[in-house]
Ligand binder design. Structure first.
Ligand SMILES: Nc1ncnc2c1ncn2[C@@H]1O[C@H](COP(=O)(O)OP(=O)(O)O)[C@@H](O)[C@H]1O
Ligand SMILES: [Mg+2]
Length: 383
């Protein structure tokens, strides 16, 4: 029996189509029946999701979804939208046979025959690499924008602090001279002393501003951070107050760093005070040190990686809401009531870290607590 020409064409088309699907390895292309059960499979599906045709045909397509997405009814939602609107497109995490996850771009089209829905065509592409590259780029851009903002505030603060310092020097010198003038009565002395006390507070404030603007005159000394911490442990313990359980977790054999000891101690005290303030009803503070090997500072993605020693203060206090996390290092940013917070604690930590060639970082999850780390570069070439 000879075949009719139209039959040959049809056969050819079916064969061509099967060949086409078999050759596509970058896309999982398969059909679902009207209920979402898989009825065809291609090598792209096997490559992306790890299942062979015999493992997966007859299974429900929701097994590619994460348990969280299944719980939210996402697979059924995709089919419903495709049926109603003629197409469903989405991106999201999917699960391979081995349980690993990949970021997928998917399209679902309904297949109609004589007005009846007979199934769906589904195309899935693995876009994990592109997605992760985008995420990395976003993180870098955000870090860059943040560091530019801090840089700008730093310059402004530095200019202001310098001018203010010069004015204060004149005020303090003049007050000293007034106080020393013969014949000044007791009341004048009293007023001069009050003015001097206020000026001293002003001078302290400008020093804190200089610290943020990285304009402090630092006196760096080669130091072992553990030794410094142990030396002032009693001070830190007292700063915690009575209701807080204070612990340390110091890594052994840390390489030395070169830092201004007084500023370092001020920074640790600032961190501990913040943790204490975040736990008015008590809690735990852990002061720890560790080596952070070969790291690029977050604000300088172009810099060569190097070793840092980090000291971290961790608490289980009320945490810092996401939207405030970018602002807490700014000078004068405080959520504490007037008189309680100056907003200059973390800005000192930030400025001191940066001026010492390091960086400060923050990790906070609402209700679980906060960890602030101060990372200082190790002395190059030291053991
Ligand atoms: N450990 C912490 N837990 C919760 N919030 C914190 C913590 N450390 C800092 N903060 C938040 O950051 C703000 C700024 O801190 P800081 O610069 O030390 O200023 P201040 O302590 O004077 O408010 C605080 O007001 C607080 O909202
Ligand atoms: Mg503080």
């Amino acid at each position: 029996m000879s075949l009719q020409p139209s039959q040959i064409a049809l056969d050819d088309e079916t064969r061509q189509f099967a060949l086409l699907l078999r050759s596509v390895t970058d896309y999982a292309i398969y059909m679902l029946d009207a209920q979402g059960y898989i009825c065809s499979w291609n090598p792209g599906g096997e490559r992306i999701k790890g299942y062979r045709a015999e493992d997966i045909i007859g299974q429900h397509f929701s097994r590619f979804y994460t348990p969280e997405d299944v719980a939210q009814g996402l697979p059924a939602h995709g089919l419903a939208v495709a049926r109603r609107e003629g197409k469903f497109e989405a991106e999201g995490w999917r699960v391979r046979k081995d349980g690993s996850r990949f970021h997928a771009s998917i399209v679902i089209d309904p297949i109609w025959e004589d007005g009846e829905l007979i199934g769906y065509a589904k195309i899935t592409r693995d876009i994990t690499e592109r997605y992760e590259a985008q995420q990395r780029l976003q993180v870098t851009q955000k870090a860059l924008a943040q560091s530019q903002k801090m840089e700008a505030i730093g310059k402004l603060t530095l200019g202001l602090a310098h001018d203010f310092n010069n004015l204060l020097t004149i005020i303090i010198n003049s007050l000293d001279l007034i106080g020393m003038r013969p014949g000044a009565d007791a009341r004048t002395q009293e007023l001069v002393e009050a003015a001097l006390r206020a000026s001293d507070r002003g001078a302290l404030l400008t020093r804190q501003l200089l610290a943020f603007g990285r304009g402090q005159t630092l006196a760096p000394e080669r130091s072992d951070l553990n030794e410094l911490l142990l030396r002032s442990m009693e001070l830190y313990r007292r700063a915690c107050g009575g209701t807080i359980n204070f612990e340390t977790d110091l890594a052994a054999n840390l390489p030395p760093v070169e830092i201004d000891v007084a500023q370092f101690e001020a920074a640790v005290l600032n961190l501990i005070s913040n943790s204490r303030d975040a736990m008015p009803r008590g809690g735990d503070i852990v002061l720890s040190t560790r080596l952070l090997p070969q790291t690029t500072p977050p604000a300088e993605p172009e810099a060569a990686p190097r070793d840092f020693v980090c000291i971290s203060v961790r608490d289980n206090g009320h945490g810092i809401p996401d939207q405030l996390q970018e602002r807490v290092f700014e000078p004068f940013f405080t959520t504490k009531e007037v008189g309680k917070g100056s907003g200059l604690g973390l800005s000192q930590v930030f400025g001191f870290a940066a001026q010492s060639g390091g960086f400060a970082s923050l990790h906070s999850v609402g209700d679980q607590g906060t960890t602030v780390s101060l990372c200082l570069p190790t002395v190059e070439g030291a053991q």
